[in-house]
Design a protein around this ligand. Structure first.
Ligand code: ITT
Length: 199
């Protein structure tokens, strides 16, 4: 019987990407079955701190096993911005379109378009927290392309690819993306624990 895992995120696109890669290992639940009225806090200075904070919030409130995700887009010419501020780059309230437009505006006339996407997943289970990082290098294109995915996907083109993430299907993105890479590390960890338990 697969164990239950709650996804400690309020972002439905993350739920979609994570669920499709986790369903062989877990019964995956989003937060709709838990009574959460407020926004999960993310006040840390790094992706690791925020990821841990989100997992801790759900773990302490509901005493369930959970997986949190904090992600950011780091642009080389902008000294790593928006980075940990990716969700609120253009201010409150969070707005994906405004964030993307501000980023393009801040890169006008700048030749260096190199960037990387990073995800830190934090797993809470049996009283312990474990974090896993995944990243992908790429570049920011001149204008948005594609209609799939979410967030900065229309302006991020992974290295060695012709298409932006928003021009890829979910499964194409999931084969190479930052979140999938972090998830691969998490699944290896789970498999190792299972192997030890079986011995
Ligand atoms: P939760 O905190 O509830 O998980 P969130 O949307 O606030 O959801 P983050 O704090 O990790 O998530 O913010 C990351 C920002 O980067 C946010 O604006 C997302 O739209 C964007 N983002 C995250 N992963 C992305 C991806 O795979 N592709 C494109 N944009 C992404």
């Amino acid at each position: 019987m697969r164990p239950i895992l709650y996804l400690a995120t309020q972002n439905k696109h993350k739920v979609e990407e994570l669920s499709s890669l986790l369903q062989d290992h877990f019964i995956v639940r989003d937060l709709s079955t838990l009574a959460i009225t407020e926004e999960i806090p993310e006040t840390g200075a790094t992706l690791v701190e925020n990821s841990l904070q989100k997992a801790r919030f759900i773990a302490e409130k509901f005493q369930v096993s959970c997986l949190a995700d904090d992600s950011g887009l780091e642009v080389e010419a902008l000294a790593g911005a928006p980075g940990v501020n990716s969700a609120r780059y253009a201010g409150e309230p969070k707005n994906d379109q405004a964030n993307l437009e501000l980023l393009l505006k801040n890169l006008v006339g700048i030749a260096n378009r190199r960037a990387r996407f990073v995800t830190v997943l934090t797993y809470f289970h049996d009283g312990a927290f474990h974090s896993f990082e995944g990243e992908i290098q790429g570049e920011i294109v001149e204008a948005p392309r594609g209609s799939q995915g979410f967030g900065y996907d229309p302006i991020f083109k992974p290295e060695n690819q012709d298409r932006t993430f928003a021009e890829m299907t979910l499964s194409e993105k999931n084969q190479i993306a930052h979140r999938a890479r972090a998830l691969e590390k998490f699944i290896n960890f789970i498999d190792e624990i299972q192997k030890c338990a079986d011995e």
